[in-house]
Design a protein around this ligand. Structure first.
Ligand SMILES: NC(=O)C1=CN([C@@H]2O[C@H](COP(=O)(O)OP(=O)(O)OC[C@H]3O[C@@H](n4cnc5c(N)ncnc54)[C@H](O)[C@@H]3O)[C@@H](O)[C@H]2O)C=CC1
Ligand SMILES: O=C1[C@@H](O)[C@H](O)[C@@H](O)[C@H](O)[C@H]1O
Length: 338
């Protein structure tokens, strides 16, 4: 069986996902695309030799008879409309982060999905599919280091990740990956957050605060520190250390050949999320394709997207209030616990 997919947004990550579905993964075919930049959408169809129609709008892709499932990789503020339209059409939809740019938008998606009575939405939190995070989770589940007490995490990009990167996007656009993967890792939820603004680097846009330190507390009382530094210059560096009652466990580093040369011992550091998470994206999409063909939805849900948005909003509030702010969530609906 082949899953026939429509893709909305053929920019940087849209192209990557189209390539992996077309040339690497099994069980799916891209049959329809759209981008507000029509020439770009046409170029992807040509360059990847797709048997796909270029539609004039995202909604037309969703409604196209040949499209069985939708991938949304357009600009963040457009996600909500396309996810809601996919739910209305009864079609499974994979949406890159963010699910919506406001918590209220995410909540509307949650309500629409519950109303539809069927899980249709998966959010692109790919770290849950990363081999190293999965290894770390297994160590915690085996109780090897006792109960987790403290997490020390780092999210560093060499330069601001996009030309429109501004304001509080470090909190609402970059660290969303930590917000999702850490609650998954710990099987826990956040209750409060404090955001510290250390001395600013001189090597970024004057308007931008960089770095930030985000201090989260979970229901179980676990203390999490996330350093977000999106202009660190030297590379793309993701770290996570769990301190437990009887030991510590670190996220494995990406493999790199240690070189001894000229009185130095060195190893490489990656410089982009594309390389760091390339395998995670492959696993994420293969699992999504397989589950969708079985009529299931097994990855990060609309509820997970909502929790992350609420966490991001609380971070922004904490940044400007300078106080510890509560992270208030309603009970998770039964729909998402089964
Ligand atoms: N999971 C991850 O690690 C990553 C996720 N992303 C997310 O993926 C999404 C896209 O990011 P990029 O590809 O880097 O951005 P991009 O700017 O390269 O591509 C976005 C595309 O959306 C198109 N677009 C904008 N409005 C549209 C509309 N109304 N209808 C159809 N197309 C429209 C633009 O023309 C552009 O081609 C963002 O939400 C971003 O946060 C991006 C990078 C990494
Ligand atoms: O999603 C991503 C970017 O949009 C974001 O801005 C980067 O900081 C992340 O590391 C990357 O995974």
């Amino acid at each position: 069986m082949t899953l026939k997919i429509g893709v909305i947004g053929t920019g940087a990550i849209g192209k990557e996902h189209i390539r992996r579905i077309t040339h690497k993964l099994k069980g799916a075919q891209v049959v329809a695309v759209n981008d507000v930049n029509t020439e770009q959408a046409q170029a992807v169809v040509r360059d990847e030799a797709l048997q796909a129609e270029v539609y004039a709008s995202g909604v037309e892709v969703i409604q196209a008879a040949e499209v069985e499932a939708v991938i949304v990789t357009s600009w963040g503020p457009t996600h909500e409309e396309f996810v809601l339209a996919s739910i209305a059409a009864g079609k499974p939809v994979f949406c890159e982060k963010p699910l919506a740019v406001t918590a209220e938008g995410c909540r509307q998606i949650v309500e629409a999905e519950i109303e539809a009575g069927r899980k249709l939405v998966q959010v692109g939190f790919m770290r849950r599919f990363d081999h190293s995070y999965r290894q770390l989770k297994r160590v915690l589940e085996a109780d090897t280091i006792g109960a987790p007490l403290i997490l020390n995490c780092v999210h560093r990009n060499p330069q601001s990740p996009s030309s429109d990167f501004s304001g509080d996007m470090a909190l609402t656009d970059s660290c969303v990956h930590e917000f999702d993967v850490l609650r998954w890792l710990l099987d826990d939820d956040y209750v409060s957050v404090q955001v510290i603004q250390p001395r600013k680097t001189r090597l970024c846009d004057d308007e931008l605060q960089d770095p930030h330190v985000i201090l989260l507390r979970t229901r179980q009382g676990i203390h999490i520190s996330i350093e977000s530094f999106v202009n660190c210059q030297y590379g793309y560096d993701i770290q996570c250390q769990v301190v437990g009652e009887t030991g510590t466990a670190n996220l494995p580093e990406p493999p790199s050949v240690p070189v001894r040369h000229a009185a130095k011992l060195s190893s490489g550091i990656l410089d982009s999320w594309k390389d760091r998470f390339i395998d995670a994206f492959d696993v994420e999409f293969q699992e999504w394709i397989d589950a969708t063909l079985r009529g299931e939805m097994t990855g990060p849900s609309a509820w997970d997207g909502y929790v992350v948005a609420v966490t991001g909003d609380a971070c922004v509030k904490a940044k400007y209030s300078g106080r510890i702010e509560p992270i208030e969530l309603p009970e998770c609906p039964d729909f998402y616990t089964n």
